[in-house]
Design a protein. Structure first.
Lengths: 270, 258
């Protein structure tokens, strides 16, 4: 015999940003979300609401999602004014309905920034982050077999700090939270991650100069040191990396200003 | 890559300019306050100090132009960065937006900056140019005869008996209208709030701050701003409450009156 479920369901009102396309005008629309289990994730709740909307012949709410376990950086809702909702260090997919109470009105909006145009409803185009990455967020290394683990000594502290930065999933919550729509936490995480490791040293100056230049060109704002980004980050990446990037940028600018240009630009068998 | 181009043309470069000019201006306002606190001493002190600064000639102008350049770059960078950031935010505002951890001082930097700018303009008109409150401007007051030598680093720079401008009297008379003293109190309060975010931020922008010592830095910054505020409140506050008046100054300096 199985005991009756003691789980209490509850109902909330969703106030969702609906926008048919990139050029269309958008607006908030209220939808009831009834009989919600507190153990549902925010995205599962949206699935339930969308099922009901579909059954009624209403266009379901478009929202971005993929892994649903907080590692891909695809989900991207601003919930009640905070990217990824009320929890600390979690993505929207790891936000559970137990964070809300019966009768709440929950405001759901896309991540907003000029560099993140809305595609539809809650879905934004965050390709700007890819462009920043492509401009320098890599190391130009030999693509052979994995090197011997002990061939390249890296102090444990440096490796751990690099991994703190490498946790960035590129979701864009930092930009969405910032009053200036600044991408500096994202860029600094990428610059810091590679800049802390020996493999990243050869291109360290070129990387920070190129990535910051791309960030500026794509129309992100700049940091006013309020640290809303690191508080909204689902991986709680520290704004210490922004300080590190600022220092790297200044050093790289100084060094490149005095670096001699090679006489033979062709090199080898030109 | 061009260093000057990076400093003036990139987001981080302009932030670095904000930080460096801000640091220079912080140094100035602290030095300025320490110098002005001599008003609580014998009138010889402030008058001798003011006469010494005026006698520096070209060096005084180097300092003045340097400060104006710093103020100019600070305001220019702030304006460009703010406009870029407003543009970056995009046309559609959030329906609901909450602050997570931004400090009050950080959220009102632009507004405290406006008041500080208005204050600088009035302060220069009041005590440097004499276009505001001209009846109590130093040039309209009787000359002051130094009772003692005024020394800087052990050297006598203004000897006793020199006739100098009576800056001490100007300061006391200048703060007697409650409206003026009130505006000074408000402005230095907001300047202290501006510095509360600025002093902390410059370490972040120049890349010297990290979580290892950011709490200690914050404590030092808060104490420095409180001390700066207290020092600045003291001068107009003492005049407003009558603790510092021409009579009290005369009592401390019988030799200064002939």
């Amino acid at each position: 015999m199985v005991a009756a479920s003691t789980l209490k369901t509850f109902s909330v009102t969703l106030r969702v940003w609906r926008q048919a396309g990139p050029a269309a005008a958008g607006g908030f629309v209220d939808y009831p979300a009834k009989d919600i289990s507190p153990d549902m994730s925010f995205l599962e709740m949206l699935d339930v609401v969308n099922d009901e909307l579909t059954a009624k012949g209403i266009e379901p709410i478009a929202f971005a999602h993929d892994c649903r376990e907080g590692i891909c950086g695809t989900c991207s809702c601003t919930i009640n004014g905070k990217p990824h909702g009320p929890g600390k260090g979690v993505a929207t997919c790891q936000t559970y309905m137990r964070s809300f109470s019966d009768g709440d009105t929950i405001v759901v909006e896309p991540f907003r920034a000029r560099a993140f145009p809305v595609v539809k409803d809650l879905v934004t185009d965050r390709a700007a982050f890819d462009k920043i990455q492509q401009s320098g967020g890599f190391i130009t290394a030999r693509a052979g077999s994995a090197p011997d683990a002990n061939a390249l000594p890296i102090p444990k502290g440096d490796a751990d700090l690099a991994m703190d930065a490498a946790q960035c999933i590129g979701c864009g919550a930092c930009v969405a939270a910032c009053k200036n729509a600044s991408a500096m936490l994202f860029v600094s995480a990428k610059v810091g991650h590679l800049g802390l490791l020996p493999q990243g040293q050869a291109e360290r100056d070129r990387r920070v100069l190129a990535m910051v230049n791309t960030m500026d060109t794509l129309g992100f704002g700049s940091c006013t040191n309020q640290y809303e980004c690191s508080a909204a980050c689902p991986k709680l990446i520290s704004h210490d990396f922004i300080a590190r990037m600022n220092r790297d940028y200044l050093t790289a600018s100084l060094r490149s200003a005095f670096k001699p240009a090679p006489a033979n630009t062709g090199g080898g068998a030109a | 890559m061009n260093l000057v181009g990076n400093l003036f043309g990139s987001s981080i470069g302009r932030k670095i300019l904000m930080a460096v000019t801000g640091l220079a201006l912080i140094g100035f306002v602290i030095g300025h306050l320490v110098g002005n606190l001599q008003v609580f001493s014998h009138p010889d002190k402030l008058n001798g100090y003011a006469h010494f600064l005026q006698s520096l000639g070209p060096a005084l102008w180097v300092a003045r132009i340097g400060l104006l350049v710093c103020v100019g770059i600070h305001i220019w960078a702030a304006t460009v960065l703010t406009l870029e950031s407003k543009r970056a935010r995009g046309g559609q505002a959030y329906g609901v937006k909450t602050w997570i951890q931004a400090t009050l001082a950080s959220r009102y930097m632009r507004w405290t900056g406006y008041v500080v700018l208005a204050f600088i303009v009035y302060h220069l008109a009041h005590f440097t140019l004499g276009t505001a409150q001209s009846d109590t401007f130093k040039a309209s007051l009787p000359a002051y005869k130094m009772a003692h030598d005024y020394h800087v680093l052990g050297f006598t720079v203004v000897p006793a008996g020199t006739e100098v401008l009576d800056v001490h009297r100007m300061v006391i008379l200048g703060f007697q209208p409650p409206l003026v003293a009130g505006f000074y109190l408000l402005a230095v309060g907001l300047l202290s709030l501006h510095l509360l975010h600025g002093m902390d931020s410059l370490f972040q922008t120049l890349g010297w701050r990290n979580s290892r010592w950011s709490q200690s830095l914050r404590t030092v910054v808060i104490l420095a701003c409180l001390a700066y505020f207290a020092g600045n409140v003291a001068i107009p506050g003492a005049v407003l409450t009558g603790k510092l008046s021409l009579e009290s100054a005369a009592k401390s300096a019988p030799a200064a009156h002939h």
